[in-house]
Ligand binder design. Structure first.
Ligand SMILES: [Ca+2]
Ligand SMILES: [Ca+2]
Length: 184
């Protein structure tokens, strides 16, 4: 801990946890005075393993962003509305606005006879599942609009009728989600 106070004197520790991925370690998360997220990994006998700062809080550390040619002060380097870290996790490309991450999964549940749509969300945006029935030009919202949180996956059951098999689904996003706040 003394080492940490030299590395980052303004660090405000928010969470200390132990991981057991491979070798057990301490993970110390917190924020710096300028709002950056800081994550420190320490071995159980006190050796510093890594210290990482994420200024734009997009889940990719500054060093890795610079190494990859991304902007460490812009959570959405290619300007397509998806944060860099989310794009990496979900099959998007943070460098290429034409490669969007996969937000949506749709499967049919035989037992309950419904379509189940899963929408993965992230902080800072509100999400709405929409459907377009065969032969209709209109996108219609299904289920509630909800705000994104880190790694949140929302399941939405879609009743099956004659047209469902031919329906198209999409997820619309609007800025302004806050996991602590009410959506509507
Ligand atoms: Ca970052
Ligand atoms: Ca992006």
């Amino acid at each position: 801990m003394e080492l940490l106070s030299h590395l980052a004197p303004d660090l405000e520790i928010e969470k200390v946890g132990k991981t057991a991925e491979g070798e057990a370690r301490w993970v110390i998360s917190g924020s710096l005075a300028d709002g950056a997220e800081a994550s420190t990994v320490v071995s159980l006998d006190g050796r510093l393993i890594s210290f990482e700062v994420d200024h734009d809080r997009d889940e990719i550390g500054d060093v890795h962003e610079i190494e990859a040619g991304l902007d460490p002060h812009n959570p959405d380097s290619d300007g397509d509305r998806y944060p860099d870290g989310f794009e990496r996790r979900r099959g998007g490309n943070p460098h290429d606005r034409d490669v969007a991450p996969r937000l949506l999964g749709v499967r049919f549940d035989r037992e309950s006879n419904v379509l189940v749509a899963t929408v993965e969300s992230f902080r800072g945006y509100n999400f709405q599942l929409e459907v377009r029935r065969a032969g209709s030009p209109e996108w219609v919202p299904i289920g509630e609009r909800f705000c994104g949180g880190g790694g949140n996956v929302r399941e939405i059951a879609v009743p099956v009728d004659g047209a469902s098999g031919m329906a198209l689904f999409r997820v619309s996003m609007t800025r302004g989600g806050d996991p602590e706040a009410e959506t509507e």
